[in-house]
Design a protein around this ligand. Structure first.
Ligand code: SF4
Ligand code: SF4
Length: 216
């Protein structure tokens, strides 16, 4: 799940400047689940923009706003209505996919915040920072890069108090979670194993994956 939050509306309005005619592109996938880019949020945005004197010529909701072919197909209908700009109600990837496939400016209504786990409807937790060099096999399936405020991969900083992180006491110390999990798994030997330096060459931006090449 790609988790996004709404940008403050003033930021979007500042980006739109003097634009008077827009189309909205939402997303039926993650952005709908996060309640930032589904049908309801798009209709609310339409109502707001129109109250500010901006005409909304159309709304489209691709099944996935980050899917190039779906976006190309769905954009045709709204582009025919000649909007001056598009407001993307999806994540950063969705917004860029729309921008790549139209010839008017595209403005993001949301901030994309993390790759998350869905606890239940509307509740998400950050789980992975897409480091490209996964260490979960050594840490009991708990990501030290995401769950430790200092991204420490070789044990704790020592600042925890009562099992809570010294940086944000609302969070458990990731390394205590990792220790307890490894203990439960009978794998405490992993606690004393030093992790190799992260191989940052596996994660040079921007990345692409082509599963068709892999299958050859
Ligand atoms: S180590 Fe953490 S940030 Fe890196 S890929 Fe694995 S879960 Fe994601
Ligand atoms: S207290 Fe724990 S989670 Fe917080 S920064 Fe230190 S090791 Fe990381």
């Amino acid at each position: 799940m790609i988790v996004s939050k709404k940008k403050p509306i003033e930021e979007l309005m500042a980006m739109l400047g003097g634009v008077k005619k827009v189309a909205l592109v939402g997303c039926k996938s993650c952005a709908s689940a996060c309640a930032v880019g589904g049908e309801k949020e798009c209709n609310e945005m339409k109502e707001y923009l129109e109250s500010q004197g901006i005409e909304v010529v159309g709304i489209v909701l691709p099944d996935e706003s980050c899917h190039k072919m779906l976006v190309r197909k769905d954009l045709k209908a709204v582009m025919a209505l000649q909007p001056e700009a598009i407001v993307s109600m999806a994540c950063g990837s969705g917004c860029q996919t729309v921008a790549e496939n139209c010839k008017v400016p595209v403005y993001p209504a949301n901030n994309t915040v993390f790759v998350g786990q869905t606890e239940r409807v509307g509740i998400f937790h950050e789980m992975c920072r897409t480091c490209g060099d996964c260490v979960l096999g050594e840490t009991g399936g708990i990501c030290p890069i995401t769950k430790c405020a200092k991204c420490l991969v070789n044990g704790p900083c020592g600042g925890q108090k009562g099992g809570k992180c010294e940086v944000d006491p609302n969070n458990d110390c990731a390394w205590i979670l990792i220790y307890n999990k490894l203990k439960e798994l009978g794998k405490l030997d992993k606690m004393v194993k030093t992790q190799d330096d992260k191989d940052n060459s596996t994660h040079l931006w921007p990345m692409s994956v082509n599963t068709r090449e892999v299958k050859k």
